[in-house]
Design a protein around this ligand. Structure first.
Ligand SMILES: CC(=O)N[C@H]1[C@@H](OP(=O)(O)OP(=O)(O)OC[C@H]2O[C@@H](n3ccc(=O)[nH]c3=O)[C@H](O)[C@@H]2O)O[C@H](CO)[C@@H](O)[C@@H]1O
Ligand SMILES: C=C(OP(=O)(O)O)C(=O)O
Length: 418
């Protein structure tokens, strides 16, 4: 099994090109199921989750091509409405085929995604929202079976938790429903705005994406699209944290600063000089002191849970104590025991990691448990004394495109080994 071998060394210096966002690309690819016309997506990252999505679309009968950063999907000949466990288990976002298949084909069978390392991650909001729109849903034998007589009906749907995936699934279902759907307490993540923008370019009638109240007036058909995927704010944030921890200077190109305001504010609080432009962000931490910060994760525009692990790593080498509180997922501190093995002084207290700071990290063999936990171990390895070997990096490959090549170009000593 492949691993990453990292030799802690000096500051990261230079420029890195940010890829398209995993969490924008996955729902966008699923949205191609809503039309019989060809959808073309550019700036698509070559990630394991993108490959899984394309495998799933092919399994359903779509024609798919992925050349350079461009994906073309023709879903006019869908012949199978089943998303099987073997694909869904490797990528929870597979649940996002449910809304589009139901809206376009009137039925779907999707394996229940189940829990994962970061928490239980139920899909009750996806299912109850679709039921409000007239779908009949049965859950049996680990599968969700959904059907509707005729078209889905627009409905007012209040979600009692803010869910990115439920908001996306219901928005995609509602674009082809009859009448108006109102999604209340909707998620406001930039990836939802990107999905809404793409759906609008296909002829959907959506307003309010980016607020907690999204209104969708259903239409009877959608056209194809030509859409460029939003830059990955979590990849960007990960490189910025790595630059801060190594006391370097890094410019992230093709990045979207407006999607990262909470993270940039925290990086400034850490002591970094951060400047931004239309499509770039630069962080300079040279000759500066790194200070710990307190963080509490929250739905957008709050601090993203997907950047929590990276800031735990940063706090462990910064000056002072920083308390990191996770409010979105119930078990998202799997990186802490691994960082402790590298010498980080962190205490777990309920849903908070109390990072005591000033740790002299030393290289160790560590195990990646989930995507962002893996990223935190890699960036800890960049500042640790000696060698760090990160195992199970298939988690990392779900969400970071060529991370060792990009970090290597910034001066890191990192290589993929068997
Ligand atoms: C592919 C993708 O975009 N993944 C992101 C998406 O995941 P995902 O869409 O799965 O996350 P959600 O926003 O749905 O989850 C937020 C919280 O709501 C709970 N919940 C969710 C749905 C539901 O029906 N019932 C329920 O209780 C979840 O267990 C969790 O505690 O948003 C998360 C929160 O920003 C990010 O960490 C993930 O990177
Ligand atoms: C948790 C994440 O992704 P997913 O929802 O695909 O598991 C993530 O991107 O950090």
């Amino acid at each position: 099994m492949e691993k990453l071998l990292i030799q802690g060394n000096g500051p990261l210096l230079g420029a890195v090109r940010i890829s398209g966002a995993k969490n924008a690309a996955l729902p966008l690819l699923m949205a191609s199921l809503l039309t019989d016309e060809v959808c073309t997506f550019t700036n698509v990252p070559a990630l394991r989750d993108v490959k899984t999505s394309l495998d799933l679309l092919k399994r359903l009968g779509a024609q798919v091509s992925f050349v350079a950063d461009t994906v073309t999907i023709d879903a006019s000949q869908i012949s199978n409405l089943v998303a099987p466990y073997e694909l869904v288990k490797t990528m929870r976002a597979s649940i996002l085929v449910l809304g589009p298949l139901l809206a376009k084909h009137g039925e779907a069978q999707v394996s229940l995604p189940g829990g994962c390392a970061i928490g239980a991650r139920p899909v009750n909001l996806h299912l109850s929202g679709l039921e409000r729109m007239g779908a009949k849903i049965d859950v049996d034998g680990g599968y969700i079976t959904a059907s509707v007589d005729g078209r889905l009906q627009g409905a007012r749907i209040f979600m009692d938790m803010v869910s990115v995936g439920a908001t996306e699934n219901l928005m995609m279902a509602a674009v082809l429903a009859q009448g108006e759907t109102i999604l209340e307490n909707a998620a406001r993540e930039p990836e939802i705005v990107d999905l809404a923008d793409c759906l609008k370019s296909m002829g959907a009638n959506i307003s309010g994406a980016g607020t907690d109240n999204i209104r969708i007036q259903g239409v009877s058909r959608l056209s194809g699209c030509n859409h460029s995927v939003l830059p990955d704010r979590i990849e960007t944030g990960t490189f910025l944290v790595a630059a801060a921890m190594t006391k370097g200077k890094v410019r992230c190109e093709k990045a979207a600063a407006h999607t990262l305001e909470a993270v940039i504010a925290k990086l400034r609080e850490v002591g970094a000089e951060v400047s931004t432009g239309d499509d770039w962000i630069e962080l300079d931490m040279q000759h500066k002191t790194l200070h710990s910060v307190n963080i509490k994760t929250a739905p957008h525009p709050g601090f993203p849970t997907d950047m929590q692990a990276q800031f735990v790593a940063l706090n462990s080498v910064a000056q002072g104590t920083g308390v990191v509180t996770e409010t979105i997922f119930e078990n998202r501190f799997m990186h802490v025991p691994e960082l402790q093995r590298m010498g980080a002084k962190i205490d777990l207290e309920a849903n908070s990691a109390v990072c005591r700071g000033n740790s002299e990290l030393t290289g160790a063999e560590v195990m990646a448990t989930d995507l962002r936990a893996s990223a935190s171990l890699v960036i800890a390895g960049l500042v640790a004394e000696g060698e760090t070997l990160v195992d199970r990096i298939y988690h990392l490959d779900r969400g970071y495109e060529q991370i060792e090549i990009k970090l290597g170009a910034l001066g890191a000593k990192i290589q993929r080994v068997d």
